[in-house]
Design a protein around this ligand. Structure first.
Ligand code: PMT
Length: 402
């Protein structure tokens, strides 16, 4: 199950005995598909070594605010922007108190102030410390400020006491973290998404394709499922794990993709993120084409037009709310606006693929969405996972306007 497919999670570790469980937590988060960076307080490093967390997270561990070398890599502001979620586990009584104060006296507290990602806390402390009115007041304040408190649970504690104050078990924490992304904006809707490239065969061993990795479409599928939709994902050949609760149909060519989409109709929303080949070879040879050993001449391949999947579905009588993508290297907004009109779309997502840090095969994207009234809404560069959630929320508000 990939309930955290491509999610970027910062695991903050406070200085408590439960820190040993954070190693398992990092593993569980990664099992669910998350990318993890670990930030440790000085106290945490007394309980567990950064090396363990580095090995388990697959990333360097962040410890100091004033470390020039670390800041030259992924600095604290960059890290704060990177995150989809900050999960502090264990969160000690002292950390809770410093968060209430708005302290910025170490990397973890500074990061909490700097991020706009949701923040979840897994309190862990002695039962008397948890029951203390100061801690209870702090918990209430943090709750009111939108921090999500996960636990604590009750049971035998490391000190021998019995009561509330144990950190939730790593598996449950990881599931809770995944639940934090769920909402109901598209409950009851069927969303059809195309993703990845298409492959147009020249002969049994050669084909025409493009650089689409499928990441954008798969992130959209995950975000739509998190929003409560029934999701059908029609994908060209990609190397990605299917997001949880998503029905995936694998195809090769544009014609296969159209047939799979038509079979999946009706749907409420169609999001065409696939990079579909506009042309295919007129014929696909049954046997491997051989070069002529007696000639240095080139070879001419005749290409013919493929069907336009998006335009075909957007002109049906039962047409869904139709969202296209426009990948362009120049005149981006102009071409995107033309596609919106020509393909009879409700929204078009303009994607500047001349910038190699976004678009094809990158982990990030930056988009401008244009609606039928030519209104433009831009979403600045961030992970495809975050862009997908922003776009799904945007679509959810727009389908109710139509
Ligand atoms: O897969 P990634 O590596 O994550 O990259 C994401 C992406 C850059 C591929 C994606 O965000 C994107 O921009 N997809 C559309 C790419 C494209 O080929 O656009 P287009 O301008 O050729 O097509 C316009 C729209 O019509 C698209 O929604 C496309 O899916 C659709 N189309 C195009 C041709 C065709 N025959 N059938 C279609 O449905």
């Amino acid at each position: 199950m990939q309930r955290l497919f491509q999610k970027r999670i910062i695991v903050g570790i406070g200085g408590g005995i439960a820190a040993y469980k954070s190693a398992e937590l990092v593993r569980r988060l990664r099992d669910l598909g998350a990318e993890v960076h670990v930030v440790m307080t000085r106290g945490a490093r007394e309980f567990i070594t950064p090396l363990t967390l580095q090995a388990l997270s697959g990333n360097p561990v962040h410890t100091d605010l004033l470390d020039p070398q670390a800041e030259a890599g992924m600095g604290h502001i960059e890290l704060a922007r990177w995150a989809d979620l900050v999960l502090i586990a264990p969160c000690t009584a002292d950390l809770m108190s410093r968060l209430v104060q708005g302290s910025a006296n170490d990397l973890l507290t500074t990061l909490v102030l700097a991020t706009d990602a949701p923040i979840a806390l897994a309190p862990a402390m002695n039962q008397a410390m948890w029951a203390d009115s100061a801690t209870q007041t702090n918990a209430e304040i943090l709750n009111q400020r939108g921090f999500k408190l996960l636990g604590p649970s009750s049971g035998i504690q490391a000190c021998g006491d019995i009561g509330l104050g144990r950190m939730l078990e790593p598996e449950l924490l990881a599931q809770n973290a995944a639940d934090l992304f769920a909402h109901k904006a598209l409950t009851g809707k069927h969303i059809l998404i195309t993703a990845g490239p298409t492959r147009e065969d020249i002969d049994p061993v050669r084909y025409i394709t493009n650089h689409s990795s499928g990441k954008m479409g798969f992130s959209l599928a995950e975000a739509a499922a998190e929003a409560g939709a029934r999701v059908t994902l029609v994908s060209g050949p990609v190397h990605l794990v299917t997001p949880d609760r998503v029905e995936r149909i694998d195809v090769n060519s544009a014609r296969d993709m159209l047939a799979a989409c038509e079979a999946a109709m009706p749907c409420d929303v169609l999001i065409a993120a696939a990079a579909v080949a506009d042309y295919r070879p007129e014929t696909s040879a049954e046997k491997k084409l051989k070069k002529d050993p007696n000639s240095a001449d080139g070879m001419t391949l005749k290409l013919i037009r493929n069907p336009d999947i998006l335009a075909t579905l957007a002109q049906r009588a039962d047409r869904p709310f139709s969202v296209g993508f426009a990948a362009e290297t120049h005149n981006l907004l102009e071409y995107a606006a033309c596609k919106l009109r020509d393909k009879n779309l409700d929204l078009i997502v303009a994607n500047d693929v001349a910038n190699t840090s976004i678009g094809f095969n990158s982990d990030e994207n930056a988009i401008t969405v244009i609606d039928r009234e030519q209104q433009q809404t831009s979403f600045p560069q961030t992970s495809k996972s975050k862009i997908a959630r922003q776009l799904i929320d945007f679509i959810a508000t727009h389908i109710h306007k139509v």
